[in-house]
Design a protein around this ligand. Structure first.
Ligand code: GLN
Length: 413
């Protein structure tokens, strides 16, 4: 029997936060390059991986298949692949970027499935992986996006290590925005489908390109036109107060290379103000969706009773449907109270910012998190205040920018 040992991994991760607008692909790409070039000039940093948001270059709010179709491409023919290839070669790094994918080579729309995807290029600029969003949001349904037929997936990424240490292959997965939420917002919150899948698969790096909404967005379809217009006016007036155009901030770049997010700051940052500060209530929600990776004081109790056994073997139909791996429930397994104990996992989310249609306000706050697998006695919170998650940093909610962190974590090999 070979005994496993702990290996310390050193990764430099950069996230790009953009306010891309529909119908402005060229401007979006140009701004992306000016952001990247400023980052390079200013910092001389060499990230190992750069992550872009969901639909990074096209904008997000498409309303029908006809609306989105001209912006969809085969993976290798997309502007996003072209950009990712160039970024990878320039920085000698992996690049992950979200884009709308078509699947047929016909010139016309032949009714083929369209996907909300994220492609990955290697430091040499080759396409090495393509993931399609599994759980869809209302806006994706509006243009008849298809679900990933494969469901959640993992894939290996091999990284160079400093000081002549051998390369290390990391078990990685991608979750695109709604993948983090309960399926169709209907599955039980406590199933934590995406997090449970990744815990069961032993994922060490979770990459989330996102277009996540701020709570001031108008999403209620039952509003009358008058009510909707009143709310639109509120958003517009708020933007005016902040001296911003109706689509939010562009070109006022934020670079963040070191500031840790303060855990114990109050969550007063709910409202859409202070563009350079993260939206901590959303940060809290994202962390809560990874509860299987958080230290909890209840698990030992569950373990002593046969609660987990009952849930996992009781074949709760709804739970089984979207938790394909089905080995754990809220981080607990029948053979061990907390399957993640003593392990490490890095989660990054590259979210977009800005406003689309005067109705959809995006939450920005792109961030880098380390789940450290440590256990402590006492009452433990099920959110970002939990001691077992380290908030390594977040960009502000409303500014375009780049955040980069050098992350150290342990894996077993
Ligand atoms: N749950 C996400 C939200 O509320 C979904 C958005 C998305 O998938 N782009 O913002």
């Amino acid at each position: 029997m070979t005994t496993k040992s702990k290996v310390l991994v050193d990764l430099k991760i950069a996230l790009v936060q953009l306010n891309s607008q529909v119908n402005q692909v060229t401007q979006n790409i140009n701004r992306t390059w000016s952001l990247l070039n400023k980052f390079k000039e200013k910092t001389h940093k060499t990230p190992d991986i750069i992550v872009f948001p969901e639909f990074a270059l096209t904008g997000y709010n498409f309303h029908s298949r006809d609306h989105i179709f001209p912006f969809c491409s085969l993976t290798k023919e997309s502007e996003s692949f072209k950009l990712a290839k160039q970024v990878s070669k320039l920085f000698n790094c992996y690049t992950v970027i979200g884009y709308p994918e078509r699947t047929s080579t016909n010139n016309i729309d032949d009714g083929e499935p369209l996907y909300n995807s994220a492609l990955v290029t290697s430091p040499q600029g080759n396409l090495i992986f393509n993931y399609r969003k599994s759980f869809l949001y209302q806006t994706d349904h509006d243009w008849h996006c298809h679900e990933n037929p494969m469901g959640f997936q993992t894939f290996p990424l091999t990284f160079k290590q400093p000081n002549g240490k051998p390369d290390i292959t990391i078990n990685t997965s991608i979750g695109i925005c709604m993948d983090l939420s309960p399926y169709e917002f209907e599955a039980p919150f406590i199933d934590f489908e995406f997090a449970s899948y990744n815990l069961d698969m032993g994922t060490e790096l979770i990459i989330c390109p996102m277009a996540w909404l701020h709570s001031s967005s108008i999403t209620d379809k039952s509003l009358s036109i008058i009510e909707k217009n009143e709310k639109k006016l509120e958003i517009l007036q708020n933007l005016r107060k902040l001296d911003l155009p109706p689509y939010g901030s562009q070109n006022d770049f934020q670079f963040d290379l070191e500031k840790h997010t303060q855990k114990f700051k109050s969550l007063e940052s709910d409202d859409y103000s202070r563009m350079d500060e993260p939206d901590l209530s959303n940060v809290d929600y994202w962390i809560r969706r990874f509860l299987p990776f958080l230290d909890l004081d209840h698990r030992t109790h569950w373990f002593q009773t046969d609660l987990i056994e009952k849930v996992l073997n009781g074949k709760d139909e709804e739970f089984l449907q979207h938790c394909p791996t089905k080995k754990s429930f809220m981080g607990a397994r029948t053979d061990i109270p907390w399957a993640f104990k003593g392990k490490n996992m890095i989660m990054v989310n590259a979210n977009r910012c800005g406003v689309e249609d005067g109705t959809t306000v995006f939450a920005g706050s792109s961030g880098i998190y380390k789940f450290n697998g440590k256990m402590e006695p006492g009452e433990l919170k099920d959110n970002s205040k939990n001691h077992s998650v380290e908030l390594l940093g977040n960009l502000g909610k409303g500014l375009e920018g780049i955040i980069m962190r050098e992350v150290l974590f342990q894996v077993e090999r």
